[in-house]
Design a protein around this ligand. Structure first.
Ligand SMILES: [Zn+2]
Length: 504
């Protein structure tokens, strides 16, 4: 807990960081009949406990003003001491059983010793066992007159309906930008910080909407840099917190499939005490940008992986976030995500999600040598008719690298050549996507080079007509012997049905 957290803890309902919560609590304390059991529900660091403590004073204050505790009377002071015998804070995560619930019940029936009202603040109440909930339910169904129960939770859906129906629920949300700014500014001004405006923005950006995070960060920044704070300092601070493993480096390592390297780096980060939650959230932002770029949204990142792979990686990152709360080894969820991602990539080429049955065929794959180049205005001395003529040879050349690429090409048609750019007509968006994946691109380009001796790049265009394309026969005699795909194609006459059957 930070110094600032204690020093700048809100003292009145109107001091609360969340405008909405402040308004609804005000309404409650001013209502004719004060409810006796509340549920404060919302994410960590949203101010639930602070609000509960203010409520403990508001219901006990001798001179409340407009519902607010005065902060000066004996009762207010008693609660503010923090060791008041009549304000009982229980952590349900570590006191979740029936014994504790019975103990709670006993305490509740005893009259308060100093204050008019006994206030029970039960944190993480969703962690209670079923029996404990039943005991609690009896208590809040008919609470002793002198008691107030404030149940706090980050996961209210886990609370039994019977209990929920007896509670007045107050929703705590993540802070919005202006609330977070105000919260930060209160400390900055109170402590006379000299801090650049962009640095403030950065702290707010990285707070994940948590007021507690803001206080913590500012506390750490203060310990590192004192009270004169530049934006660069804050940037450097967050970078260290994330570790030196940048999203870009991780992306490259993922593409290379170097699981050992990645896991070693993550372990090093853990040793340094890097905040894995921030690290993962940073990755989410980075890869979402890549996903949008990959889907053609302008001004977004250039993906190095296929769209499918990026999607899957994002899903794994999201899943890792859910595990973060349940696992005590900070780096483990990320490590599992990496292992899972690379494991499934090993089962298929091209970072493709589906297993491709034909990959099982025993065959030594040739190493891909060619690399993509840019479009050039050159005369390669070949026209589209010549390419069509040699198309079968291209297919034969491609096949040893990857069977499915060959099948996609078989269902495509050379349409034009302009300089070194070949345009292929395809008939399904799925084929276009797959052929244009980086690794498949290289395979196709290699095929052109080997079969026709030309260095080209290619683009796929979707055919406007839904008419079946011409099926190009392979012109090397031995190429398709024992090729199940070709046989089936011959029998049913439609290569698309076959391709669809195999590749989905
Ligand atoms: Zn008072």
């Amino acid at each position: 807990m930070s110094v600032f957290h204690l020093k700048y803890r809100p003292q009145k309902i109107s001091d609360l960081d969340s405008v909405e919560v402040s308004a609804s609590l005000k309404k409650i304390v001013l209502s004719q009949e004060m409810p006796q059991a509340f549920l404060f529900a919302g994410p960590k660091g949203a101010g639930k406990t602070s609000a509960a403590r203010i409520m403990a004073r508001a219901v006990n204050c001798e001179n409340p003003k407009d519902g607010e505790p005065c902060g000066k009377c004996d009762n207010c002071k008693e609660v503010m001491k923090g060791s008041c015998i009549d304000v009982i804070e229980i952590d349900a995560a570590s006191n979740r059983g029936i014994e504790e619930a019975r103990d709670l019940k006993e305490k509740a029936y005893l009259l308060p010793s100093k204050l008019p009202k006994k206030v029970f603040i039960i944190d993480e109440v969703h962690m209670m066992t079923k029996d404990a909930f039943n005991a609690l339910l009896k208590l809040i169904e008919e609470p002793p007159k002198h008691t107030i129960f404030i149940l706090c939770t980050t996961d209210w859906q886990k609370i039994p309906e019977t209990v929920l129906s007896r509670l007045v629920k107050v929703d705590f949300k993540k802070g919005n930008r202006s609330e977070l700014h105000n919260s930060l500014r209160r400390i900055v001004e109170g402590e006379k910080f000299e801090i650049e405006e962009t640095a403030i923005d950065l702290i707010v950006d990285k707070s994940d909407g948590s007021f507690r995070n803001i206080q913590r960060t500012l506390n750490e920044i203060y310990l590192n840099f004192g009270k004169k704070v530049k934006a660069d300092d804050v940037k450097a601070f967050f970078e260290t917190k994330m570790g030196e493993y940048t999203p870009e480096t991780l992306e490259n390592d993922l593409v290379d499939g170097d699981v050992k390297l990645i896991l070693t780096n993550l372990e090093k980060m853990a040793e340094k005490g890097v905040d894995f939650k921030s690290f993962r959230e940073n990755l989410l932002v980075y890869f979402q940008d890549k996903l949008l770029g990959g889907l053609g949204v302008e001004g977004r990142g250039q993906p190095k992986m296929s769209t499918e792979a990026t999607e899957r990686w994002l899903q794994l990152l999201i899943a890792a976030g859910k595990q973060e709360k349940e696992v005590s080894i900070d780096q483990l969820p990320m490590e599992l995500a990496v292992a899972e991602f690379l494991k499934s990539n090993l089962q298929s080429t091209n970072f493709n999600q589906k297993k491709e049955p034909e990959q099982k065929i025993e065959e030594t794959k040739k190493e891909i040598v060619s690399h993509s180049v840019n479009k050039k205005d050159v005369d390669l001395g070949i026209d589209v008719a010549k390419i069509e003529e040699g198309w079968g040879r291209v297919l034969t050349a491609v096949k040893p690298y990857n069977h499915s690429v060959e099948a996609f090409l078989r269902a495509a048609r050379p349409k034009a050549i302009d300089g070194n750019l070949v345009t292929l007509e395809v008939f399904y968006p799925f084929h276009k996507d797959r052929l244009e994946e980086q690794k498949n691109r290289r395979i196709v380009e290699t095929g052109f080079k080997e079969a026709l001796g030309i260095e080209v790049i290619f683009e796929c265009v979707l055919s406007e007509s839904k008419q079946a394309p011409l099926i190009i026969k392979n012109d090397t005699p031995n190429a398709l012997v024992n090729d199940k795909l070709e046989e089936t194609a011959k029998t049913n006459g439609d290569i698309y049905d076959v391709a669809k059957e195999i590749f989905g």
